[in-house]
Design a protein around this ligand. Structure first.
Ligand code: NIG
Ligand code: FE
Length: 431
């Protein structure tokens, strides 16, 4: 039998690291189980899937090459699976740099929100940009940043539009931008992000008249695979969040929850009750709380968002305790204009080590296999094993241990999606 022809061979990899072949989702001690191979190569076929990976001699013997095969010299770089960001908010216009300054001078994030700034400020600008048809280049620019940082798959939420038509338009714009962008994206309807100004004091009416119909239409029109809610004082309470998410599930969407960011509102119990895929943030979850154990024993993932802890000067989620208790733990950027204006998953990995006391191997699994599981893509992305999509990040690091240790360094030397090297150039779209 002839060996399969490689479209791309990435060779002279210093060290290749990929999660061990434990089925997803990965919990407990298995989170730290990774396979490390020095002197490695990765061969990718014409369909963009990995044909072989591992010791270079074995990979070269397993595949054939011809004049059209692309050889990429990794020059001793560290190779990891393309990173999977399972929680981002890229559909917004403008930014909130002025608010960042105000916060640094003493104003509180929730205080700014209560005064009509914060999310509502981004909503006003985003609605205008959607109406003017000027938002697509801004969304594209956000996706470009993610790709350049080593993210090859990202979940993208709406949530800065908050009318039925604007939320659906946000999904449509994402779909349009993603159609010719190398980043693989999934779309989540975050119609219940906050109560927009025209529904002030009428959160229940907003859920019934906007959020639930938006979820139903998003499914009918094939625009989203998940629904999300911000369960927090000042946004939605647990009854409202549950009504929206259960309706979304009935329509066919996966349920996600922003919970325990500032306060415990019963989000973990609700997530377990309704069978949500994840609860994200968890900065208000005490390490010894009984509900931490309840989350750990469930099939709901806990998604750590340490860039938002850094950005808001908040506690870090109890990642160590969650892993030790056997929870499904994933790690994401929470890229958004107000609480985490940063797309770097490598920085998130450093912060999860420093702030939540995770290990380098654990944060790798949390940003690859487990993040892919949260998105329902664990059979396709997140590993460097044969059959997985040829998404590879090359980093200027000598070993996996150096990745979170080298804080804030981009160190990205190459990003491959489906075996193709992708460049990302973002410029000139200031709005
Ligand atoms: O995930 N927590 C709610 N939503 C975002 C922040 C939104 C904003 O400030 O614009 C988050 O942190
Ligand atoms: Fe978020």
């Amino acid at each position: 039998m002839s060996s399969p022809r490689a479209h791309t061979i990435i060779h002279d990899i210093g060290t290749m690291v990929t999660p061990a072949r434990v089925p997803a989702p990965i919990r407990g001690d298995d989170l730290a189980a990774v396979v490390q191979v020095s002197g490695a190569a990765i061969a990718i076929g014409d369909d963009g899937a990995i044909l072989a990976s591992g010791p270079e001699a074995e990979v070269r013997a397993a595949v054939s090459s011809d004049d059209d095969t692309q050889f990429h010299d990794a020059r001793g770089a560290l190779a990891i699976p393309g990173l999977v960001d399972c929680h981002t908010h890229p559909v917004f216009s403008g930014d909130r740099a002025a608010e960042f300054e105000l916060r640094n001078l003493g104003a509180g994030y929730e205080e700014i929100h209560a005064a009509g700034g914060g999310i509502r400020a981004s909503v006003a600008r985003t609605r205008d940009a959607l109406d003017a048809g000027t938002i697509a280049p801004q969304v594209r620019r956000h996706l470009d940043w993610m790709l350049a940082a080593g993210t090859t798959t990202a979940e993208c939420k709406t949530g800065y539009a908050l009318t039925l038509e604007h939320e659906l338009e946000s999904l449509k714009v994402l779909q349009g931008v993603a159609a010719d962008h190398p980043l693989r994206t999934t779309r989540t309807l975050l119609a219940a992000h906050t109560v927009p100004v025209e529904f002030d004091g009428r959160a229940d009416a907003y859920i019934d008249e906007v959020a639930i119909p938006a979820a139903q239409r998003a499914v009918r029109e094939g625009r989203a695979t998940a629904a999300d809610v911000f369960l927090e004082r000042g946004s939605f309470d647990v009854a409202q969040a549950e009504r929206y998410l259960v309706a979304a599930q009935q329509a066919g969407l996966v349920a996600r929850i922003h919970g325990d960011q500032f306060t415990d509102q019963g989000g973990i119990e609700m997530a377990v009750r309704i069978g949500a895929r994840s609860i994200d943030h968890l900065e208000a979850l005490e390490p010894d709380a009984p509900r931490l154990r309840a989350l750990a024993q469930s099939d709901v993932a806990g998604v750590l968002l340490p860039l938002s802890s850094l950005f808001l000067g908040r506690p870090y989620a109890p990642g160590r305790e969650l892993v030790d208790a056997g929870a499904i733990v994933a790690l994401a950027s929470d890229f958004n204009p107000g609480s985490s204006y940063g797309e770097s998953l490598t920085l998130a990995m450093s912060l999860a080590c420093l702030g939540s006391r995770l290990r380098a191997s654990e944060v790798l699994t949390a940003t690859t296999v487990n993040a892919a599981w949260v998105l329902g893509l664990a059979d396709r992305v997140g590993r460097l094993d044969p059959g997985y999509r040829g998404d590879v990040v090359l980093l200027d690091q000598p070993s996996l241990a150096h990745l979170p240790y080298h804080v804030g360094s981009p160190a990205v030397r190459g990003v491959f999606v489906g075996g193709l090297e992708v460049g990302a150039a973002a410029a000139g779209v200031y709005a």
